[in-house]
Design a protein around this ligand. Structure first.
Ligand SMILES: [Zn+2]
Length: 375
């Protein structure tokens, strides 16, 4: 028997894919899964594949309308949920999820919830969530994602079937990325650096001229920093943010289509719910974009550091070697550490809901100080 397409795409996690595909075919899908594994291991892609397999009428074909909408995050019966609070799920958000869980599916006879960062419940929100996990409606399937089993509250973990994902070796990610996109090795390395090693995002990144343009903008900003005055830095942060938001236009177009298609059978309450969900999706996508330019800044600075230490073969941004060489010639490990700390601080601020623009401005000023006095 030939394997269905959505499973075929999960080349990095063969065992997990085979196990889940078999469960779907036997009609033995669990009500709650906990996918555990490091970032970049393919948990979310696998969760989407499982959703396709459950909702598809054609054995997880990957091509039908249901499969395609699951994959681009536009299927009304598949919800992808990420914490909206400062790095944790808030009780209010969980209450909203629970209300949603008890609504009937829109198009099919199943509803699937992909819950990211399941290690981010606090005691309050975990308690609210537990009741649903204990007695889910028959048509609901929960797929929780977490980077470590120990980070998930035991009361939650014990109610799920645990599926473990192994860490993909960097060499394996590079090979798969090249195989899947036809990119060169240099491009593949840069894409993985930009996306924190997450293969599925790296594939999208290489396919997105606007996201690659945002990378170029971040790199130019870094290279210009030593000669930038205050005004230039502020303007650079603004331009960078605009570049980060540019890819959202595609998603807005998808949203507009979705709203048009479904306007007829959604009541006014349904339209409101749809708009709320789309707004959340946009916010999440913008955060991903910001995270991406921060990854790029971090990898560029780390590259300067490894070059200064004479281990240039570990460089991730090979197209930047010339510019980095100048910095590498003068920067000390202590100075590089200060610059890297500035990126980390920006990430922390954003996770605490500081505006990305302000966080990036502060980061650029800090990195500028380091690059001007790299000792
Ligand atoms: Zn299908």
């Amino acid at each position: 028997m030939t394997k269905p397409c959505v499973w075929e795409e999960l080349v990095g996690q063969r065992q997990v894919a085979d196990h889940l595909a078999a469960a779907v075919r036997r009609g033995a899908v669990s009500h709650a899964y906990l996918f555990v594994g490091p970032a970049g291991a393919g948990k979310k892609s696998t969760a989407r594949a499982l959703a396709c397999a459950i909702l598809c009428d054609d054995d997880a074909c990957g091509e039908c309308s249901a499969c395609r909408r699951v994959k681009r995050g536009a299927h009304p019966d598949v919800r992808v949920i990420a914490p909206e609070g400062a790095a944790t799920y808030m009780v209010e958000q969980v209450r909203e999820i629970i209300r949603d869980v008890h609504l009937s599916p829109v198009e099919t006879n199943r509803k699937i919830f992909i819950v990211e960062a399941a290690d981010s419940f606090n005691d309050g929100s975990a308690n609210a969530f537990l009741k649903t996990l204990e007695e889910p409606p028959d048509d609901v399937i929960m797929i929780l994602l977490a980077t470590s089993y120990d980070g998930v509250l035991p009361t939650i973990a014990s109610r799920c079937q645990v599926v473990r994902f192994r860490r993909m070796a960097p060499q394996e990610s590079i090979r798969l990325l090249i195989e899947r996109t036809g990119a060169g090795e240099d491009e593949a390395l840069a894409a993985l650096a930009a996306t924190g090693g997450v293969l599925a995002r790296a594939v999208e990144f290489l396919d997105s001229p606007v996201r690659r343009a945002a990378r170029g903008r971040m790199l130019t900003t870094l290279k210009d920093l030593t000669v930038s005055d205050e005004h230039d830095v502020l303007r650079a942060a603004k331009t960078l943010l605009a570049a980060v938001k540019a890819p959202l236009d595609d998603l807005k177009a998808v949203h507009a289509d979705e709203a048009r298609e479904r306007a007829d059978f959604l009541g006014s309450k349904g339209v409101k719910a749809l708009e709320d969900r789309q707004k959340r999706q946009l916010t999440a996508r913008e955060r991903e974009g910001v995270a991406e330019v921060l990854n790029i800044a971090e990898s560029w600075l780390r590259d300067c550091l490894v070059m200064s230490q004479g281990v240039g073969d570990l460089v991730a941004n090979r197209d930047e070697v010339d510019a980095m060489e100048e910095v590498a010639a003068v920067i000390t490990p202590a100075a590089a550490a200060r610059a890297l700390a500035a990126v980390k601080e920006a990430r922390r601020r954003i996770s605490y809901n500081v505006s990305p623009q302000l966080a990036i401005e502060a980061m650029l000023f800090d990195i500028r100080e380091v690059l001007r006095c790299p000792r």
